[in-house]
Ligand binder design. Structure first.
Ligand code: SF4
Length: 295
């Protein structure tokens, strides 16, 4: 039985617009995420090792969102809303509770632009709504003349390898299903692309594997591909670093020493590693004629 919580606020305004995703707001219908990715940064002591067990629905969120969006319109504070940032908008329970669908209806009512970030093919259920938002949305004043899409659909991947994905993202639909859903979104006329975030050091960051990701994404309708590194936080039993090392122990013990070197001091790989990853990603995107940024 999913926990029900009430909230006073559901729309979060960012201090500044996100430089990668261009969103000014984030919005999450659920607390926790049953996709349970082992590298997920939202886990830790609050949600525990199995986030499917501690999941909560923000039961009054639609009523609160309606008020908050009306207030932002009145203040002329429009901006792209990222749905979602700390859960997936299409976890399994969405099929029954339809919170994301309720949010999208309100986003359409108040004519905000939306950025959908998901690992799920359930998004095709909402294609009609997303298309309406695409044409109805009004952007923030500084984007109005340059950006004309009201809906962006970004599919998240860490790998296309089905066996790694099944272990590392145990509750999420398979990478192949995500690719097929992306194709459906593109065929419906929506702007779509891929966040290859996180790219997994030694497992999905070689030129060969990145190129396979780029070619597959493009073949399934992606207009852009964002490539970013893996962060690993904490040493507690439910923290992402602990769970990721458990995954490595099972899946690729030979790489544990490499990871210990790469994450020796910080929760992210060294600036040199990240620079090298970004440079190679940019070259490969150029080679295949696909943007490595949203616009
Ligand atoms: S889909 Fe996103 S929010 Fe959900 S567990 Fe995976 S990384 Fe975390």
């Amino acid at each position: 039985m999913i926990r029900e919580i009430t909230v006073k606020s559901v729309l979060n305004k960012k201090k500044q617009r996100d430089s990668w995703f261009l969103d000014d707001y984030t919005l999450n219908p659920y607390e926790g995420c049953s996709f349970n990715c082992q590298y997920c940064y939202v886990r830790g002591s609050k949600y525990g090792e199995n986030m499917a067990e501690t999941l909560a629905v923000k039961i009054n969120a639609c009523e609160v969102l309606d008020r908050q969006l009306a207030f932002r319109v009145k203040k002329d504070q429009r901006g792209i809303i990222a749905l979602a940032s700390a859960t997936d908008p299409y976890i399994r329970i969405e099929e029954k509770l339809r919170m994301t669908e309720g949010f999208l209806k309100l986003i359409l009512k108040h004519r905000f632009p939306v950025l959908m970030i998901t690992k799920s093919d359930m998004i095709v259920r909402d294609l009609a709504l997303l298309k309406e938002i695409d044409t109805a949305a009004i952007h923030a004043a500084d984007l109005r003349d340059t950006f004309h899409r009201g809906t962006i659909v970004s599919f998240s991947f860490s790998t296309l390898d089905e066996s790694i994905a099944a272990t590392l993202e145990p509750g999420a639909p398979s990478p192949q299903k995500r690719l097929e859903a992306m194709q459906r979104c593109r065929e419906a006329g929506l702007m779509t692309g891929v966040n290859c975030i996180p790219t997994l050091p030694f497992l999905s960051d070689s030129d060969e594997v990145l190129e396979h990701m780029i070619v597959s994404a493009k073949a399934h309708g992606a207009e852009y591909i964002l490539i970013g590194g893996l962060t690993l936080f904490g040493d507690g039993p439910a923290d992402s670093k602990t769970l990721y090392y458990k995954f490595l122990q099972r899946y690729s013990p030979a790489h544990i020493a490499d990871y210990k070197r790469l994450y020796r001091i910080f929760h992210a790989p060294s600036p040199d590693y990240l620079h090298n990853l970004q440079t190679r990603a940019a070259q490969l995107c150029l080679k295949h004629g696909i943007r490595n940024q949203l616009v």
